[in-house]
Design a protein around this ligand. Structure first.
Ligand code: HEC
Length: 247
């Protein structure tokens, strides 16, 4: 069974199940992957840099997150990589080398109240060194990159940037298993002008509403690490009406 979901354990789960947003207190964190690779290459080291923010706001320094990797099916390769701290508090880095498989599944144990975040799979390509040529025909063993484009890339980023941690998007069956967090406005079935979305993601402070709209505490859209190209992919995903009609 596929379970791309924010898995919670222990105290955090109890807290979240009993306390509906917007009054979430205690232990939840937003994971934002910086520059999410579109694909990774067998035998080549990939470094994943990510930020952790408590409640999506303050950067969470001093944690010891662990990245769990799985490639291929259930019997695929598994690795467990301890992330290291960078000089920037709350920003971590993990380097790994996939050795097989065609899809990389990543789960990050944030080391914060049992809070785990599972990313959507990233395509794995076989590297040049893995290409096998023989007289009988074209190169075998080389797989073309199946780079996700537009809305699909946007969906992967919607999870990897942490948007899913605050916004419900119930019209996408592929996000069904994620915990419903209602810290920000629900985005189900909604579309927005692209420029507004890109600005909201790349310069959140410039578009803050005068009145916080959610609950007792001030909930504002945080500034996350999202490049303009990434914001455009997420915008195309959010505005893709077909997501709604697929269900
Ligand atoms: C920590 C929680 C949090 C995260 C993470 C977050 N948002 Fe938000 N978002 C909010 C809140 C709260 C608001 C409403 C207040 C505001 O606009 O600042 C909001 C507003 C928005 C709006 C405007 C909705 C409207 O009705 O006007 C959009 C669109 C949006 N977010 C998209 C995103 C996307 C895309 C991401 C990921 C890159 C993201 N958000 C990440 C909390 C979050």
């Amino acid at each position: 069974m596929r379970r791309p979901m924010a898995v919670m354990a222990g105290a955090a789960a109890t807290l979240l199940l009993t306390a509906a947003a917007p009054m979430l207190r205690g232990g939840w964190a937003i994971l934002t992957v910086h520059e999410l690779p579109e694909s990774v290459v067998v035998g080549e080291a990939t470094t994943l840099t990510f930020s952790l923010r408590q409640h999506g706001e303050e950067l969470l320094a001093g944690r010891a997150p662990v990245v769990h990797l799985r490639t291929g099916g259930l019997l695929g390769e598994r690795q467990r990589v301890a992330a290291e701290r960078t000089r920037q508090p709350g920003v971590y880095r993990a380097t790994f080398t996939p050795s097989d498989g065609d899809a990389l599944h990543l789960r990050v144990d944030t080391d914060f109240n049992g809070w785990d975040v599972e990313l959507l799979p990233i395509p794995v390509r076989s590297g040049r060194g893995a290409v096998v040529t023989n007289a009988a025909g074209p190169a075998r063993g080389s797989r073309p990159a199946v780079a996700a484009s537009g809305p699909d890339r946007g969906r992967t980023l919607f999870v990897a940037k942490g948007c899913i941690g605050c916004h419900v998007k119930a019209d996408d069956p592929m996000l069904r298993d994620y915990q419903e967090m209602r810290v920000g406005p629900e985005l189900t079935g909604r579309s927005f002008p692209v420029d507004f979305l890109v600005q909201k993601m790349t310069d959140a402070a410039s578009l803050r509403p005068a009145q916080p709209r959610f609950g007792a505490r001030q909930a504002v859209m945080p500034q996350l690490e999202v490049s303009e190209a990434e914001a455009r992919a997420i915008a195309s995903y959010l505005n893709a009406r077909s997501v709604a009609s697929r269900d």
